[in-house]
Design a protein. Structure first.
Length: 344
């Protein structure tokens, strides 16, 4: 037992003399004294050879030794955390400039959306925003889509709750209805934002995407005003020589209604998977606002008329940038995103 006491005394002296250097030295100290195979545990293992009448005395000595070893480690670690470079000869010149942090770029959807907004702002449209979680009235009923209306089947909706209905908006038209209810006339706005529909994900469609819709309400607004607005937008976006066509269509909230196609810029009208081999791609729907919609929003349809249009952002962006799969926009593949710079 005397030899064991001398060994403990020698170890305590070694602990006191151990220089407190860097992190590597601290880890070496921990392994030597405090690890599962360290000296503290090894010394405690000698308790089995101590006579029964000496165990209490020897236990106190061992506990004191353990406390010294642990206190040394704790104080050393605290100093190292306060001064990480302690005990190490630094080879870094701290006066040199730091490494530049690589900057990301704006997402191509945001690039395209900013471009669209800038075109319409030149025509006097202002930007309006609305909630992505919407009630049934502003998303459907106010737009001449009452309950059980068959046109609701045109949009597969993600419902959050029933009675009353709350849902993820299927278009940014909810922003238009809110604007017509609250803003003074005339109204000339564009409504960008994310929308949600329960659709099969493919190269052409997704269950969430972005839209921008436009609304103009005033006295004597005509379909000719609508067409000239859209002609200006498409030519500014794709160039003066872009081929355009209007097709009659149906939307419950506009009458008359139309869809506008542009020549596919990926295949240049030859036919490809994106345009379904037709050479044309539908980019937006439009029409004169239905009188019922105006009345639902508290506007006198005998005095005021208006037009509305709506387009997804992803599909025209695919045309603009020559992208053949809409899923690339949301997959966050860095190889794809790095192709777009702030000048795109």
């Amino acid at each position: 037992m005397e030899a064991l006491l001398q060994q403990i005394a020698a170890l305590k002296a070694d602990i006191e003399k151990t220089a407190e250097e860097g992190a590597d030295a601290l880890e070496a100290y921990r392994l030597k004294y405090l690890s599962a195979k360290g000296l503290v545990k090894s010394i405690f293992g000698e308790m089995k050879s101590v006579p029964a009448d000496k165990k209490k005395e020897f236990g106190q000595i061992l506990n004191e030794f353990k406390q010294i070893a642990e206190n040394k480690y704790a104080a050393w670690k605290e100093k190292l955390e306060e001064n990480p470079g302690m005990g190490a000869a630094s080879t870094v010149d701290l006066t040199l400039p730091g490494d530049a942090i690589p900057l990301g770029t704006r997402h191509p959807i945001n690039h395209f959306l900013d471009h669209v907004i800038s075109i319409y702002q030149r025509l006097g449209f202002s930007v309006a925003e609305g909630p992505e979680i919407e009630d049934d009235w502003h998303n459907f009923t106010a737009l001449n889509l009452p309950e059980h209306h068959p046109a609701r089947d045109m949009q597969d909706t993600f419902y959050i709750q029933r009675n009353p209905d709350w849902l993820l908006r299927t278009h940014t038209s909810n922003t238009q209805t809110r604007a017509m209810e609250t803003q003074s006339l005339p109204i000339r706005i564009i409504c960008p934002g994310r929308v949600y529909r329960n659709e099969t994900v493919s190269a052409r469609s997704h269950c969430f995407f972005h839209q921008i819709e436009g609304l103009y309400v005033d006295e004597n607004v005509s379909f000719a005003d609508l067409k000239q607005t859209l002609y200006f937008f498409v030519q500014e976006m794709y160039g003066k020589n872009i081929k355009i066509r209007f097709r009659p269509s149906f939307f419950p909230f506009t009458e008359p209604s139309a869809e506008m196609d542009v020549q596919c810029q990926i295949c240049h009208g030859e036919g490809c998977a994106v345009c379904k081999r037709t050479g044309w791609l539908e980019i937006l729907g439009c029409g004169m606002i239905h009188p019922k919609v105006l009345e639902n929003c508290g506007i006198d349809s005998n005095k005021y008329t208006g037009f509305a249009f709506g387009m997804g952002i992803e599909r025209p962006a695919m045309l603009k940038y020559g992208i053949n799969d809409i899923r690339l926009f949301s997959e966050n593949d860095v190889r794809f995103l790095r192709q777009f710079t702030s000048n795109t």
